[in-house]
Design a protein. Structure first.
Ligand SMILES: Nc1nc2c(ncn2[C@@H]2O[C@H](COP(=O)(O)OP(=O)(O)O)[C@@H](O)[C@H]2O)c(=O)[nH]1
Ligand SMILES: [Mg+2]
Length: 351
């Protein structure tokens, strides 16, 4: 199972995007909601299980961002297609950087854009030490964005409202912009790959497969932040984003490494659930969490799936579940076998 945090300003469309991603493959799972603060949603996509941690926007809700990132393999920063709103993303960009978690940007609401995509990226760049690189450029009819060109595969996708995109020819009018943006993207990736750099200098044709491989490696080392575009509400561009997550997001061992030695699992969120009491959303990272087995010095009570109903025997390494009747576990902590451990400073609530 892989886990990603979806974060960004209020009303950027995070919850709508998570719904769209979870519905992509027709394999919705279960969810755990802390009203007004966060929602964890599980779903199947292709041959993997996924959990999205959707954290509400707004400065009053920054508290759980760090522990959600600590439990995640990647972050998806959702911003509206509005350069003037980039400043609202600044705290999230900072937290993503402090956490050193691989991140994607999703420029949402391309059905009603206020700015050009390159302007949104430039505005975000002001607040990011990592270079943000566009992976797609829009195809417009008049002022309306009707599709995108994937700059790696150079395939053009036509959007359909509420339905999967279909392949189309790259319109002649888009070609110059596509070539320019692809050049910029390849140069950005070539900073981290000598073979790609050589091919660009020698003006050789660069194959999509090679770029996808470099993109995955670069994301896993957290050297660049790729930016995708679309509309969660209209279900446009969401499959590209999910495919990128699938191909590029690292395995759970990387998240385990960020927490340091001895951490078996991490408590990402917690709430008091009616009839159950204290319930902690736990991601197991370097080992499993099982009912009746010790964790953080005491035995774990029971373990359930995200619905807080379906009992689980265990949360295996990489997976997510809820612990109940385990009052010694808290969100915002890592758990060793013998004791609870402080999360690294980047994951603790701070302004
Ligand atoms: N035009 C447009 N509106 C959207 C899109 N996605 C979400 N919205 C709207 O933006 C508002 C906030 O969406 P929501 O998903 O709740 O945002 P969140 O606060 O980031 O979780 C709602 O009114 C949505 O209907 C989109 O792709 N295009
Ligand atoms: Mg929301």
């Amino acid at each position: 199972m892989r886990v990603f945090t979806v974060l960004g300003p209020s009303h950027s469309g995070k919850s709508t995007l998570v719904e769209a991603l979870a519905a992509l493959d027709g394999k919705p799972g279960k969810s755990f909601e802390i009203p007004g603060l966060a929602r964890a949603v599980s779903f199947g996509y292709m041959d993997n299980d996924w959990v999205a941690l959707d954290i509400a926007g707004g400065s009053e809700n920054l508290g759980p961002v760090g522990s959600a990132l600590a439990a995640s393999d990647a972050a998806v920063l959702v911003v509206p297609a509005d350069a003037d709103a980039a400043v609202l993303a600044a705290p999230y960009l900072r937290m993503i950087e402090e956490a050193n978690v691989p991140a994607f940007v999703f420029i949402n609401k391309t059905d009603a854009p206020n700015s050009r995509m390159s302007e949104v990226v430039s505005a975000l760049q002001t607040y990011s030490r990592h270079h943000i690189v566009l992976r797609e450029v829009p195809i417009r009819e008049g002022e309306t964005i009707v599709g995108v060109v994937d700059l790696v595969s150079e395939r053009a996708w036509k959007f359909h409202d509420g339905a999967p995109s279909t392949l189309m020819e790259i319109p002649a009018a888009v070609r110059p912009r596509e070539a320019e943006a692809r050049g910029e993207m390849l140069e950005s990736y070539a900073d981290f790959d000598d073979k790609l750099l050589e091919e660009i200098i020698e003006d050789q044709k660069v194959m999509a497969e090679e770029v996808y491989d470099v993109a995955a490696r670069v994301l896993q080392h957290n050297d660049l932040v790729p930016a995708f575009l679309g509309s969660g509400e209209h279900r446009n561009g969401v499959n590209r984003l999910m495919k990128a997550l699938r191909h590029e997001a690292p395995e759970a061992a990387v998240a385990a490494g960020r927490l340091g030695d001895g951490a078996i699992a991490v408590g990402a969120l917690a709430d008091t659930v009616k009839h159950l009491g204290k319930t902690v959303l736990v991601r197991a990272l370097a080992g499993e969490v099982a009912s009746g087995k010790p964790l953080a010095g005491e035995n774990v009570g029971s373990v359930t799936d995200l619905d807080a109903k379906s009992p689980l025997e265990r949360i295996s390494a990489g997976a997510v579940g809820l612990t109940v009747k385990s009052d010694h576990l808290n969100a915002g902590q890592a758990f060793g076998a013998e004791s609870a451990l402080d999360l690294p400073a980047w994951a603790r609530p701070h302004a």
